[in-house]
Design a protein around this ligand. Structure first.
Ligand SMILES: *[C@@H]1O[C@H](CO)[C@@H](O)[C@H](O)[C@H]1NC(C)=O
Length: 522
């Protein structure tokens, strides 16, 4: 009997293991917010019963789980870390993180380091383990889409920010710059004439850079790091270009209630908000007490995980304390150091459970850097915002939130405290309006057929079940850009016009010539 039970149990176990989808999750960017997105995605995939191999620089943070295998790329932190992001440098303009070329250089090198990493090479060379699907984080480089050359399974992009021309061009085509290009220019349509022209120029430049400059570098890395493994496997090496445009799906850390409603290809799926704990974790006792007792409401101030407020200039810190001290609300400030002369209504916290704070009914306002995770949490918990964007997509996010009517944007500068005071007066003076607006958006955000984490598991399963979901692939990928924008037709019209001009000129010459000769003979 015991033997039979053992046998049955073994059979069941093997069935379970066979059923589990084997996923490779590639999140090698050493930045805390990217870690949050990777960790939570892996958690939901494990909860969905899948077997996950996780490439991450955040090894110590990972739980032990029988179906989780970690591939350590901690070495990536040697090359890049958020400690490099100094507020003072950004404020003085010495560091420009809006520049496509700068971002590409950083990110393509992270991809190279990841592919060269001995742990990753070992994983790629292991032929005993077969993956069903790869999920790769898109961060200004297309390189991860070449992994299927070695692993022979469908590939899914995961995009951490609002959709933009660069990522969409990989699965469909760039969007129309007359109303949208994404983070490249922080503008909200409808545009003025000059902005429309600038958007077009920005898009053309980015597409040129991507195809002319960046492509060669990526292909070179692909040929150096992955192609040899493919050859070892005894297969022909696929063309990098074919791999680049062969993703099965694009998962976006987005929701349309948060961003712009733009045409998106069928393979684009919104899963924004999946990183938010459900149900939200309870607040620690001390914070709970502060928030419960805040009769005039709580303002939460945090510049996110990237920027350390201690890098702020000293005058600015004192200025901020003074502004906060003059408010009747309680202020929770996430800050890495204790400040002397902190007013009674200001509480400095080194560590803050942001989601639980935003979920508290006494929260009235969130002052944030405008990262997409914070923005999503603000809409999830319906908190009005003041946004102080610092880099990358935060400028677009800030403008978007202001445009939607639940936020005010404030520029990061040496007189931030003065500008912040003006913005605080404005929002707090009209709080019901801002709150009502964010509540409306929150309803739109929550009213959905599937929760974000369910959508994540559903679409990953869908790709595996349908062997790479070729039915979702955009037909636009088969149409070259010049055909899509009718450059061929324009060329024909142009040539026809020139021919017509020449013919008309010739005829006129002939007629005039004859007339002239007639005149002469007369
Ligand atoms: C493109 O993806 C599909 C589905 O995953 C796969 O069958 C095909 O071999 C891929 N093509 C290339 C060139 O890798």
């Amino acid at each position: 009997m015991a033997k039979l039970k053992c046998l049955l149990f073994g059979l069941l176990l093997s069935l379970c293991l066979c059923d589990a989808v084997k996923i490779l999750a590639v999140f090698p960017v050493p930045s805390p917010s990217h870690g949050i997105l990777g960790d939570n995605m892996v958690k939901h995939l494990l909860d969905g019963g899948h077997e996950v191999t996780y490439i991450t620089p955040y090894v110590s943070k990972q739980p032990s789980h029988p179906k989780l295998r970690i591939v350590d790329v901690t070495d990536n932190t040697n090359f890049f870390s958020d400690k490099m992001l100094d507020v003072k440098q950004i404020m003085s303009g010495a560091m420009n993180l809006q520049d496509n070329e700068v971002l590409f250089e950083i990110m393509v090198n992270i991809a190279r380091l990841t592919f060269e990493n001995p742990n990753v090479q070992k994983l790629l060379k292991d032929r005993t383990y077969k993956f069903d699907v790869i999920i790769g984080e898109y961060m200004f480089t297309d390189l991860y889409s070449s992994l299927p050359a070695v692993l022979q399974c469908p590939f899914i992009w995961f995009s951490t920010i609002e959709p933009h021309s660069m990522i969409l061009s990989l699965v469909d085509g760039p969007v129309n710059p007359a109303y949208y290009t994404g983070y490249l220019l922080p503008e909200i349509a409808p545009y003025s004439f000059s902005t429309r022209v600038r958007e077009l120029w920005t898009l053309v430049k980015a597409l040129y850079q991507n195809n002319a400059q960046f492509y060669a570098k990526e292909e070179e890395i692909y040929m150096k790091t992955l192609a040899p493994i493919v050859r070892e496997q005894g297969r022909p090496v696929p063309n990098y270009n074919d791999l680049k445009y062969n993703a099965s799906l694009l998962l976006g850390n987005t929701q349309v209630a948060i961003g712009s409603s733009i045409p998106l290809p069928q393979c684009y799926k919104h899963i924004g908000g999946y990183h938010i704990a459900d149900p939200v974790k309870p607040l620690p006792e001390d914070l709970k007490k502060i928030m419960d007792n805040a009769k005039n409401g709580v303002i939460y101030f945090s510049m996110g995980s990237n920027l350390k407020s201690k890098d702020l200039p000293e005058d600015l810190k004192q200025g901020l304390l003074k502004v906060f001290g003059g408010l009747k609300q309680t202020v929770l400030w996430k800050f890495e150091e204790k400040l002397p002369g902190t007013p009674k209504n200001v509480h400095i916290v080194q560590w803050a459970p942001q989601q639980s704070i935003l979920a508290h009914p006494n929260l009235v306002l969130f002052v944030t850097h405008g990262g997409l995770l914070s923005l999503t949490e603000a809409i999830h918990f319906a908190a009005p915002l003041i946004v102080i964007p610092v880099f990358a997509d935060q400028f677009l996010n800030a403008k978007q939130a202001q445009h939607k009517g639940y936020a005010i944007k404030v520029d990061l500068s040496y007189h931030l405290h003065e500008d912040l005071k003006v913005a605080l007066d404005k929002v707090l003076g009209d709080l019901p309006k801002y709150t009502a607006r964010v509540q409306e958006l929150s309803v739109a955000y929550h009213d959905s057929p599937m929760k974000p984490k369910e959508a994540l598991n559903f679409w990953v399963n869908h790709v595996v079940k349908t062997k790479g979901s070729p039915h979702l692939k955009s037909v636009a990928l088969q149409v070259p850009l010049y055909q899509r924008v009718y450059l061929d037709l324009l060329a024909i019209i142009f040539v026809a016009l020139i021919v017509l001009l020449i013919v008309v000129k010739k005829i006129l010459c002939l007629v005039m010539g004859k007339k002239n000769t007639k005149v002469k003979t007369n």
